[in-house]
Design a protein around this ligand. Structure first.
Ligand code: GDP
Ligand code: MG
Length: 605
């Protein structure tokens, strides 16, 4: 295809603002999906995506479109253009993937719900798009809704982007109103891709998806040159060579082609079995006489949040390992290693990009692999400097070093919160409680603000978003990006049962919060642990200093004492009942703890 006839664009939108529905309309209007095959949210393939309404993996679809009016760009009025719609994952955890899919585009539709206005995540992605020099087409969706306020939000968008309110398009993805005009505007406004036709090929990987039958399917944008089928290619970050078994485009099903050239977007298959061999952000070139300089931007995904995952039933451990192995084939960011906990048995310490990533993986393990899991409270990575000059990296609180510590560093993020201005006080209070430092505040319109804070990541990963939502009646939206680390006054709090440390409950907290954490956990455990034959002290301690204590009193009478006389069958029943109850108990040192206690304590509240 002549690059002048190509338009590569993406849609940036907050969850539920109608991206999938708009994509559906575009598929229909351009005729790539016939009416009778149409089902809602055609492109959202993964079940979990459909149910939670989030897009985890980006995809690209090729749409032929002949502008119906005023489109005399490229090949002249009415010429059929190729629009490549590149779907971007919307969530904070996948910022790097988002920025790579943006880099494959020249333009972007900024889609905002006309009854809601722009949200923090959308704003963050808009800034990413601007950094990538994309042409922005602002669009308000859902104008059919009675609650829509297109004029108000057009003014808001115009203010943010610096355009005229009349430049903001108004559509209804539901009824289809305005969608053809939007496609015309994509042709008119989005620049055609530019690249060097006769140079060695350079193609950027913006997504990599594992398919059980075909192996890894890699999505690329060809920037320079041409990639042909059966060619030998090279991954520039590692130098690894592969043969191109298939190359083609999605319209929307995979359609093989002879090759892809300048500006084209499509997929390729090399037979690799693991997405880590075909990483997002990497550059592909020919194996011999290939390009020498990679396209910028490659970065290894780095886990930010860790949690211990344990099977509820210890005998499921091998299945858990297999399931993690399988998920990793499709997720270059998922890392894990075996871990043993005195309280929870055999499991894995798993690293995630963020909280949503954690939730998605956990849910997939439970749903797709039928595993029942206990997850320990999520924690971040700490860097600990010792007075003797040694340095430790801590991904599990129970491994926090003992001895003379000179400094502890924790990761920090820059958080952006958008909310109606009536909630400013509540938001500031929450951020202050989470050790936040305010960076600034701006009014987006007369009644909506953008508030910026520096916050320790550890304070964000633990129920921050839930709190924010509940304090703003669901109106606030949050985005955050890692900005480095800071030295903080952090300590490890241990929980001891009858003198034995319960590793799963160890936590690293700020010194000022250690006491509250200790008191809360100790009180909770006292309620959950049944009486034993002996008195069980429950303590919270920093090092050897006890900061909170409760006691579970001993059982005074033997249960069997109640069964006076010779009622053997009743006695047996009682004994059996007791045995059954025991099965769900875990021994921590000499204390029996019901499994429910772990689950109850580890689930945040
Ligand atoms: P996404 O999360 O951005 O992909 O949003 P969806 O496309 O899944 O849409 C979220 C919800 O909004 C769904 O219930 C859609 O039916 C609805 N929706 C999307 N576009 C419109 C629209 O133009 N008008 C109305 N009334 N509802 C819409
Ligand atoms: Mg969607």
């Amino acid at each position: 295809t002549d690059p002048a006839l190509i338009r590569n664009f993406c849609i940036i939108a907050h969850i539920d603002h109608g991206k999938s529905t708009l994509a559906d309309r575009m598929l229909q209007l351009t005729g790539v999906v016939e009416q009778r095959q149409m089902r809602a949210q055609y492109l959202d393939r993964m079940d979990i995506e459909r149910e939670r309404g989030i897009t985890i993996k980006s995809q690209a679809v090729r749409l032929p479109w002949a502008p119906t009016q005023g489109g005399d760009q490229g090949g002249g009025a009415g010429a059929t253009h190729i629009l490549n719609m590149i779907d971007t994952p919307g969530h904070v955890d996948f910022t790097y993937e988002v920025s790579r899919s943006l880099a494959a585009c020249e333009g972007c539709i900024l889609l905002v719900d006309a009854a809601q206005g722009i949200e923090a995540q959308t704003l963050a992605n808009l800034y990413l798009a601007l950094e990538n020099d994309l042409t922005i087409i602002p669009v308000l969706n859902k104008i059919d809704l009675p609650a829509a306020q297109p004029e108000k939000y057009a003014a808001e968008l115009a203010h943010i982007i610096g355009c005229d309110p009349s430049d903001v398009l108004k559509v209804s993805a539901k009824t289809g109103e305005g969608v053809a005009e939007l496609l015309n505007e994509v042709v008119r406004l989005v620049p055609a891709p530019v690249g060097v036709k006769d140079a060695p090929a350079r193609a950027m990987i913006f997504d990599s998806v594992y398919d059980a039958y075909r192996g890894v399917v890699t999505y690329v944008k060809v920037v320079d040159g041409t990639l042909g089928k059966r060619e030998r290619i090279k991954m520039m970050s590692t130098g690894a060579a592969h043969e191109l078994l298939e190359i083609g485009t999605n319209s929307p099903e995979m359609t093989p082609a002879d090759g892809l050239s300048v500006g084209e977007v499509g997929y390729l298959i090399t037979g690799v079995k693991d997405v880590r061999q075909s990483k997002v952000g990497d550059t592909i070139t020919q194996h011999s006489n290939g390009a020498t300089e990679a396209l910028g931007g490659y970065k290894d995904p780095k886990p930010m949040v860790f949690s211990g995952l344990y099977p509820l039933d210890g005998s499921d451990y091998p299945e858990l390992r297999e399931a993690l192995d399988k998920l990793q084939l499709n997720d270059a960011a998922l890392v894990y290693e075996p871990e043993t906990s005195a309280a929870l048995g055999f499991g894995f310490r798993v690293g995630f990009l963020g909280l949503l990533h954690l939730e998605v993986i956990r849910e997939r393990l439970e749903r797709e692999f039928g595993l029942d899991l206990i997850a320990t409270a999520p924690n971040v990575i700490y860097r600990v400097d010792m007075e003797d000059g040694s340095e430790h990296t801590v991904t599990n609180p129970s491994e926090f070093p003992v001895g003379k510590i000179s400094q502890v560093h924790e990761p920090v993020v820059r958080a952006t919160i958008l909310a109606p201005s009536e909630f400013i006080g509540a938001i500031m209070e929450l951020c202050q409680n989470r050790r936040g430092v305010m960076l600034g505040m701006d009014y987006l319109s007369e009644d909506r603000v953008e508030i910026r804070y520096t916050l320790p990541l550890a304070e964000v990963v633990f129920d921050f978003f839930d709190q924010l939502k509940s304090k703003t009646r669901g109106y606030a939206s949050l985005d955050y990006e890692p900005t480095g680390e800071q030295a903080s006054d952090l300590v490890k709090v241990d929980i001891l049962l009858h003198g034995d440390k319960v590793d799963a409950f160890s936590a690293i907290t700020h010194k000022d919060k250690a006491y509250a954490y200790g008191v809360r956990l100790v009180a909770k455990l006292r309620e959950l642990i049944p009486r034993q034959n002996f008195e069980v002290p429950i303590q919270a301690a920093i090092g050897s200093r006890v900061i909170a204590r409760e006691t579970v009193r001993a059982i005074r009478k033997d249960v069997l004492a109640k069964c006076y006389g010779g009622d053997i069958s009743r006695k047996r029943k009682l004994l059996e009942k007791q045995k059954e109850g025991k099965k769900r108990m875990k021994m921590v040192g000499s204390v029996e703890v019901p499994q429910e206690a772990f689950i109850a304590v580890l689930s945040s509240d």
